[in-house]
Design a protein around this ligand. Structure first.
Ligand code: NAD
Length: 474
């Protein structure tokens, strides 16, 4: 879907052609940054306060927009999209002064008498490009973080959730500093033109494929990047796991947002000894989590193309369908599905699923599960269900992932001071809390020297006596 219609905000830039909106948005952000208005901590704190007010007062508008775009249930949308933004804005505001303080460090003997410290400064102009699956959270938390660090920001939300993107474009200028923050709606053409502008930093959340394009575009200006990407996040279920809890939590993670979550449990590697018992329980849990009227409370697949993609993943999966399997492409509904013993070469075990389909693979214990994970691209998240601390530690220490959650799924996302991000193909850089503040700041090193003494041995022409002294002190 392509939507290049200028929004209210886009029109506010005073440009008539859609193609010139990105350039105008960048120019405005750069002018705001250069004016110095975004640097004071008081301005940053005020923007964060206003962002909380936006989420609180704009709640109905945003919840309706997400329901309109893809049937997101109210409670889920509040819990996963709005509440985290309000919490993050409050957390950033509360800690801003502390994080912005200079950090002293030892200047080294050659700099004595003197002092050394680092001080965080804004990167400048930041472009935030966000996806559709949590369209408020993933646009506004990066925005909040960039504002906390004192940047001017242009946000490009996803064209696949156009009602929510339009709501953001309406609400943001009502609450935030219009000179320093602009929302530009549009699809790939708009995104591409934004990436041609010499932003100082690009904060991208989306697929690994588009992440490569974004990084290449940023390289042209040597802009730094944060890439929050996707991939397949595995679940390891050990023989000693609490199977009821594991099954319920994995099913919950798989069905939240109809599986359209970057850190959704993608597939399960379960110890062969408990595999059948786990499958029974996960099938049961999927049934009970849907409630008596699933059609009324179900998040839709975002569009027909993605529903068709999921149908095709299922059709080529191999293995046995333990529950579900139905796909209604026109209605954009995929029945919660468990596929046992899928073909490991099939697309369902190669590509990120991003839908309510759970493949379950039997393995001969935790070592085989770790080897399976290590043979594949580094995941964004890894989940381990085991009662044994030793097993948990063995998997944490023996694998690589952006983040790990032990005996649950996805909850590491909401720990306020845990950096959130991927590694390798699942992402570059991290945010949330102080990690985000630092990601969107430059840590500038400063050395201060006294004017006395101004020792002559440090200047040429050098002789043996000076060399002796230099060798002693340097
Ligand atoms: P996407 O990569 O298709 O699109 C994301 C954004 O990039 C959108 O705003 C889109 O307009 C823009 N875009 C698309 N193609 C582009 C191009 N060629 N050049 C420039 N911009 C382009 O991703 P999506 O379908 O919106 O989201 C789903 C993906 O995002 C999944 O892979 C998921 O795992 C990932 N994701 C990651 C996180 C995370 O925090 N790591 C969070 C949510 C989603």
């Amino acid at each position: 879907m392509v939507d290049t219609a200028p929004s209210e905000t886009s029109r506010a830039t005073g440009t008539s052609a859609a193609a010139s909106v990105p350039a105008a948005a960048f120019a405005r952000a750069r002018a705001a940054y250069r004016s110095g208005r975004t640097r004071p901590l008081s301005w940053r704190a005020e923007q964060l306060r206003a962002l909380r007010a936006l989420v609180r007062e704009g709640e109905d508008e945003l919840l309706h927009a997400m329901a309109d775009d893809f049937g997101k249930p109210r409670v889920e949308a509040w819990l996963a999209d709005l509440a985290p933004v309000a919490a993050e804005a409050a957390h950033l505001r509360h800690n801003l002064r502390r994080w912005a303080r200079p950090r002293w460090s030892w200047p080294g003997i050659a700099n004595m008498p003197g002092a050394a410290w680092t001080v965080p400064e804004p990167l400048g102009t930041v472009l935030v490009i966000s996806p559709w699956n949590y369209p408020v959270n993933l646009a506004l938390i990066p925005l909040a973080t960039a504002l906390a660090a004192g940047n001017a920001v242009v946000v490009k939300p996803s064209e696949l959730t156009p009602t929510t993107s339009a709501a953001l474009a309406r609400l943001v200028p009502r609450y935030l500093d219009e000179e320093a923050v602009t929302v530009v709606e549009g699809a790939v053409d708009v995104s591409t033109e934004l990436l041609e502008q010499p932003f100082d930093h690009v904060f991208f959340t989306g697929s690994t494929t588009v992440g490569r394009t974004v990084m290449a575009a940023a390289a042209r200006h040597l802009a730094s990047v944060t890439l929050e990407l996707g991939g397949k996040s595995p679940v390891v279920v050990a023989a000693d796991a609490d199977l009821d809890v594991a099954a319920r939590r994995v099913a919950w993670g798989k069905l939240l947002n109809a599986g359209q979550t970057c850190i959704a449990p993608d597939y399960v590697l379960v110890d062969r000894q408990v595999a059948d018992a786990f499958v029974d329980r996960v099938v049961q849990a999927m049934g009970s989590l849907q409630g008596p009227d699933p059609a009324a409370t179900r998040t839709r697949i975002v569009n027909e193309r993605h529903a068709e993609r999921l149908r095709s993943l299922l059709a080529t999966a191999g293995g046995t369908v333990a529950t579900g399997g139905a796909v209604d492409t026109a209605e954009r509904v995929v029945e919660p599905t468990v596929v046992v013993d899928p073909d490991l070469d099939a697309p369902i075990m190669q590509d990120e699923i991003f839908g309510p389909i759970l493949p379950v693979v039997r393995v001969d214990g935790v070592d085989e599960a770790m080897a399976f994970v290590n043979d594949r691209p580094k995941p964004l998240a890894l989940y381990v269900f085991s009662k044994s601390r030793a097993t948990q530690q063995r998997v944490v220490g023996g694998t690589t992932a952006g983040g790990v959650c032990l005996n649950h799924v996805m909850y590491h996302f909401i720990a306020p001071e845990l950096p959130f991000g991927g590694v390798g193909p699942s992402g570059l850089g991290a945010y949330h809390g102080r990690a985000g503040f630092e990601e969107l700041s430059h840590r500038k090193s400063v050395v201060r020297r006294g004017v006395w003494p101004d020792l002559s041995f440090s200047y040429p022409p050098y002789d043996e006596r000076k060399e002796r002294i230099i060798r002693r002190f340097m």
